[in-house]
Write a protein that binds this ligand. Structure first.
Ligand SMILES: C[S@@+](CC[C@H](N)C(=O)[O-])C[C@H]1O[C@@H](n2cnc3c(N)ncnc32)[C@H](O)[C@@H]1O
Length: 410
């Protein structure tokens, strides 16, 4: 699982009811993501407002959505309460009186409820306890800002396709279309406001792609050059694959074990007018798909907890269990071991995750280096602060990522 559960569940629900307008879809997405983002905080407050949890889960969920709106949206409180009561009237059990009473109580006790929620870490930050402990152990004083950054609305960033235009020229094109943006990395333009891609000039012609500025670090680090044979071994949906193809005229093999997600790779390559050999296969089993020809570059964007992109997939916080992190770490080591023999001597492999847990990052790399005398870790020149080296933490400009560059030596 790479953090797409809520996206999929919501997309499937919305697809099942095609009567929704784009505005209604946006509002539904905001309510779902927002409520899940602050789930532990809202659940805590609801617990203080009720003697015992309602038997019907739907009632708790309706109340939590209304609490989310009362706490975090700009809508008037009377409108929110009125709509929640109307929704309650449509439900099987007659609970509109309860919904009305709970929400009005909330409005009366809002300040004291906030203070009580702030007094406990899980409701203050809205994460599971084990996650908070993990971050605190690793990052100490910086933990509150890291946890809070994981609750921000994620930024929308574009990657300018250097084969089509320059970053400066595309920035001017955006300005003339009335779209405010700033350059945050060589090809990265951070939009002042997220928007649908249909509004972006020349999007269909592949002039730009949506890609976080942190994710845009991968291709330049890997330093691909014309004629190289390159493996992108966990490729879908293909953001980094496209970026590498924009950097140089390479022979790219785009591998992923999920056939459905590989369709996204094909669509993206088509939009960018690019080509690659797209293979469905398991990176940890090269014998089942590899043709025996070595690669000069390998991008190992391995499956991970996605803890660095939790603001884009807030359900991850509640779906992951503490034990998953050790399992990911073992899986990552297995994949790295299996793929290393495919790298040519002198070649480079970039190990990448969108995790901020060291068990999936530095620990995997250290274990690998201890076993492989033919691997050397190279220093990285990243356009963003990274501490420990290679670790980008989520902030206003980019998501959380980890990068380690390994060179094969004789
Ligand atoms: C973080 S996403 C990759 C994002 C992609 N590199 C990009 O930039 O667009 C992880 C991908 O790894 C794939 N994956 C997970 N385990 C795999 C395995 N053992 N072999 C190949 N692909 C795998 C998943 O299907 C998923 O598409």
């Amino acid at each position: 699982m790479d953090g797409c559960n809520l996206d999929r569940a919501l997309a499937d629900r919305l697809a099942a009811n095609s009567d929704y307008s784009p505005q209604q879809r946006g509002a539904l997405q905001d309510l779902s993501y927002g409520t899940i983002r602050y789930y532990a905080r809202l659940e805590f407050m609801l617990g203080k407002l009720l003697d015992r949890p309602p038997r019907d889960k739907l009632v708790s969920h309706l109340l939590m959505v209304a609490l989310y709106q009362l706490e975090y949206s700009k809508a008037g409180s009377h409108v929110i309460v009125d709509q929640a009561v109307r929704a309650a009237k449509k439900m099987k059990s007659p609970i509109s009186g309860l919904v009305n009473a709970v929400l009005r109580n909330f409005l009366r006790q809002q300040e004291s409820l906030r203070m009580a929620a702030d007094a406990e870490k899980s409701s203050r930050f809205a994460y599971p306890d084990w996650w908070i402990k993990e971050i605190e152990q690793q990052y100490g004083e910086s933990s509150p800002s890291i946890l809070e950054a994981g609750n921000m609305h994620p930024p929308m960033t574009l990657r300018v396709n250097r084969c089509r235009t320059t970053t400066g020229d595309y920035l001017s094109l955006l300005e003339s279309a009335g779209i405010a943006a700033q350059r945050v990395a060589p090809e990265a333009l951070l939009l002042a406001q997220p928007m649908s891609v249909e509004r972006l000039p020349k999007f269909d012609e592949g002039w730009v792609s949506v890609q976080d500025a942190g994710a845009q670090c991968a291709a330049p680090i890997l330093d691909v050059a014309d004629g190289m044979r390159v493996l992108d071994m966990c490729s879908a949906p293909g953001g980094k694959a496209m970026h590498m193809l924009e950097q140089a005229d390479i022979e790219l093999v785009a591998l992923d074990k999920d056939e459905r997600r590989l369709d996204r790779v094909r669509q993206n390559l088509k939009r960018g007018g690019q080509s690659a050999e797209v293979i469905c296969g398991d990176a940890s089993q090269p014998a089942t798909w590899w043709d025996g020809k070595l690669f000069q570059r390998i991008l190992a964007d391995v499956p991970c907890s996605a803890s660095g992109v939790v603001r884009r997939h807030p359900d991850i916080k509640w779906l992951r269990r503490s034990a998953d992190i050790a399992e990911f770490s073992e899986q990552q080591s297995r994949i790295l071991e299996a793929i290393w023999p495919l790298l040519a001597s002198g070649g480079k492999l970039l190990y990448a995750t969108c995790s901020i847990f060291k068990q999936e990052n530095q620990d995997v790399v250290e274990r690998f280096l201890a076993k492989h005398k033919d691997a050397n870790q190279e220093a990285l020149a990243l356009p963003f602060a990274n501490d420990p080296p290679g670790q980008l933490l989520p902030c206003t400009k980019h998501d959380g990522f980890f990068y380690a560059l390994l060179r094969k030596i004789d």
